[in-house]
Design a binder for this molecule. Structure first.
Ligand code: AGP
Length: 369
């Protein structure tokens, strides 16, 4: 077992450190040798079909659902197609409006999650085309979908998903770019810029991992608390939802993730002296607003850990502790900003003496509805 962990104390830590490789493998041959566009030979859907798509539904559970929330921003921004996201266990029961022009994207690391499989079958029954984003070739979801985009993260053993989630993000970037190329919704130069930035991500993840010690210290402070908040706006909100789930899953610390601007509509009442707030602020167009939301919680006594992109100096003045992540195109930032949140959950769980890889009450693959 120790050998399987390749010298790491836990599978989760090993899997966190495998992310640069998972990014590279998932991009692999899907980036054209010119480096300017994406090729997705595995897709059987025709260009004619892509042009007929009127809406996209992204359906998944847990962490895969959080990847889907980022996927919504990616597809809407790049391909300009309206996207809805649904938790798989809810999808069938809300009688969703599915037409033959609805593309349903199911996301499942294992490809065996019963709720996701049931949602896939419902989508097919209603005549939709289904694309599966999965880490397991030949899984049930992969077999039943019309198209499959495999994430090449390699086997994920820890119950808390890390490299599968980030590989799902990479799959969404590739698919979003592919749709944009086909639909002509973005010019070639912009697509080439995004592709070039995508290729830089693995190295930038390595840079973040080199500073794991700093995150460990934050985690040890957080581990002494029983409640905390995560805040973020726009795409950062989708990422803090994932950070909050990760922390709950393995540290058993109660946390909630909120869109930063929403606190004042109720949650601010829970902010009291010393409560930790983790604020993600990677989006330049939302930065000022986020800083003012941070000031709101600071004024009520919160202790704020801020995560922002290198070069933004303003945040430093507003927070108690700050962590920088490398710069990238704002749309790509989730593939970087989630890394410190994964490490935070890992080290908080460790500080509390929990079983990191096998948290209580949870299973790696949930095959009951
Ligand atoms: C992630 O840390 C969780 N263990 C869980 O939310 C998981 O992502 C969810 O159960 C979906 O699993 P799947 O990707 O295998 O379908």
């Amino acid at each position: 077992i120790t050998a399987e962990k390749a010298g790491f104390d836990h599978f989760m830590l090993k899997e966190i450190y495998e992310q640069p490789k998972a990014y590279r493998d998932t991009m692999g041959s899907r980036i054209d040798p010119t480096g300017k566009k994406v090729v997705m030979n595995e897709l059987k859907m025709t260009n004619e079909y892509i042009k007929s798509i009127q809406q996209v539904h992204i359906v998944a559970c847990g962490t895969a659902y959080h990847a889907g929330m980022v996927g919504k921003s990616i597809i809407e921004k790049l391909a300009r197609i309206p996207v809805e996201t649904d938790v798989a266990s809810e999808y069938r029961y809300r009688s969703p409006i599915i037409t033959p022009n609805t593309l349903v994207v199911v996301v499942s690391q294992s490809g065996e999650t019963a709720d996701t499989l049931a949602a896939l079958r419902e989508a097919k029954r209603c005549g939709a085309r289904v694309v599966a984003v999965t880490n397991v070739v030949g899984s049930s979801v992969a077999r039943e979908a019309d198209d499959v985009i495999v994430t090449w993260a390699g086997p994920e053993i820890a119950v808390a998903s890390t490299k599968a989630y980030t590989s799902q993000l990479i799959a969404f970037y590739l698919f979003g770019l592919y749709l944009a190329q086909t639909l002509g919704t973005q010019d070639e130069a912009y697509i080439a810029d995004v592709v070039a930035e995508l290729k830089q991500l693995p190295e930038k993840v390595e840079q973040i991992l080199e500073h794991a010690e700093v995150i460990k210290e934050c985690a040890e402070q957080i581990a002494t608390h029983n409640n905390l908040f995560f805040i973020g706006r726009g795409i950062d909100y989708a990422v803090v939802l994932e950070g909050s789930l990760k922390l709950k899953e393995i540290s058993y610390i109660h946390s909630e993730a909120y869109p930063s601007g929403e606190l004042k509509h109720g949650t601010l009442a829970l902010i009291e002296e010393g409560i930790p707030v983790i604020a993600l602020a990677t989006q330049p167009d939302l930065f000022e607003k986020t800083v003012s939301n941070i000031k709101e919680v600071k004024a009520r006594g919160a202790y704020v850990f801020g995560i922002h992109t290198t070069g933004e100096t303003e945040l430093g003045k507003a927070v108690d502790q700050m962590l920088e992540i490398p710069q990238t195109i704002p749309l790509l930032s989730p593939a970087l900003s989630v890394i410190p949140l994964q490490l935070l959950a890992y080290y908080a769980s460790l500080a509390r003496g929990n079983d990191v890889d096998k948290p209580r009450n949870l299973a790696k693959s949930v095959t009951v509805e």
